[in-house]
Design a protein around this ligand. Structure first.
Ligand code: GS8
Length: 224
C-alpha cells in the first residue's frame, strides 16, 4: 500500500517515547522505515522535522513531520482507523478524554519522575522522588484495578503510553531499591500481559540493556 511506504520513524532504541510509536505502528500492522538517530549528532532531517524541540520521535508521513509521541500515536490511530485489532482510542468522547488524561498523567507524573530519580544519588532528594514515583504508580495501579488493560478489554493509548516503562522496572531495583513486582503486583501482571502482544514484545528493549544504559549514564553523571 502506497500510504504505508510513506511512513518513516526517526527514533532512538531505548527511548520510551520512540517505543510508543513503534508499538502503535505494529498494532496497526503498518510497514515503515526506521531511522536510528545519534542524539549526540542529530541528523539534518531530525533538526528540520522537529525544529522546536529537536527531539525524537518524529513520524514522517508523506514527508510531513508529526512530533511528540502521544500525538503521533493518536495520529496513527486517526489516519489508519480500520487497521489492527481494535482502535487505540475508544469512540465515546468521555472515554477518549479519560484516556488522554491518563496518558498525560503518565508523561508528567511518571516518566518525568522516573527520569529524575535515575539521575539522583542516595539521599533525601532521592527518597522524596522515590516516594513521589511510588505514589503515582499507586494511583495508576488503582486506575487499572482488575481490568485487563487500562481501557478495559482493549489495548489502547494508556497502555501504549505506559508499557515502555516496564523495561525500566528491573533497573529500579538497582538504582532505587524497590521492586515493582512486590509493591505493584497488578501493574507487574499487566506489564506481562502486554508483553504477550507481538507489537509490544518486538518493540521493548531488553531490561538488562536498559539497566546497563542507565547505569552508564549514572556513572557519567557521577551519581553511581
Ligand atoms: C519527549 C521526547 C524526548 O524526550 C515525546 O515525544 O513524547 N515529549 C516528547 N526525546 C528525547 C529522547 S528520550 O529521552 C530526545 O530526543 N532527546 C534529545 C535531546 O534532548 O537533545
Amino acid at each position: 500500500m502506497a500510504a504505508e511506504k510513506e511512513l518513516k520513524l526517526l527514533g532512538f532504541w531505548i527511548s520510551p517515547f520512540n517505543i510508543r510509536c513503534r508499538i502503535a505502528l505494529a498494532e496497526k500492522e503498518l510497514e515503515y522505515e526506521y531511522k536510528e538517530e545519534n542524539l549526540a549528532e542529530k541528523s539534518e532531517l531530525l533538526l528540520k522535522s522537529n525544529p522546536v524541540h529537536k527531539k525524537i520521535p518524529v513520524l514522517l508521513h508523506h514527508g510531513k513531520p508529526i512530533c511528540e509521541s502521544l500525538i503521533i500515536v493518536q495520529y496513527i490511530d486517526e489516519v489508519f482507523p480500520s487497521r489492527g485489532k481494535a482502535p487505540l482510542l475508544p469512540s465515546d468522547p468521555y472515554a477518549r478524554a479519560l484516556a488522554r488524561f491518563w496518558a498525560d498523567f503518565i508523561d508528567k507524573k511518571t516518566f518525568d519522575c522516573a527520569i529524575r530519580l535515575s539521575r539522583l544519588r542516595k539521599g533525601e532528594e532521592r527518597e522524596e522522588t522515590k516516594k513521589e514515583l511510588t505514589e503515582n504508580l499507586r494511583t495508576l495501579e488503582a486506575v487499572l484495578g482488575e481490568n485487563k488493560y487500562f481501557g478495559g478489554e482493549d489495548f489502547g493509548l494508556v497502555d501504549i503510553a505506559l508499557v515502555p516503562f516496564t523495561s525500566w522496572f528491573y533497573s529500579f531495583e538497582s538504582f532505587a531499591d524497590f521492586s515493582v513486582e512486590q509493591e505493584f503486583p497488578k501493574l507487574a501482571a499487566w506489564g506481562k500481559r502486554c508483553l504477550k502482544r507481538e507489537s509490544v514484545a518486538q518493540s521493548l528493549p531488553d531490561p538488562k540493556k536498559v539497566s546497563e544504559f542507565i547505569s552508564s549514564r549514572r556513572k557519567k553523571l557521577g551519581v553511581e
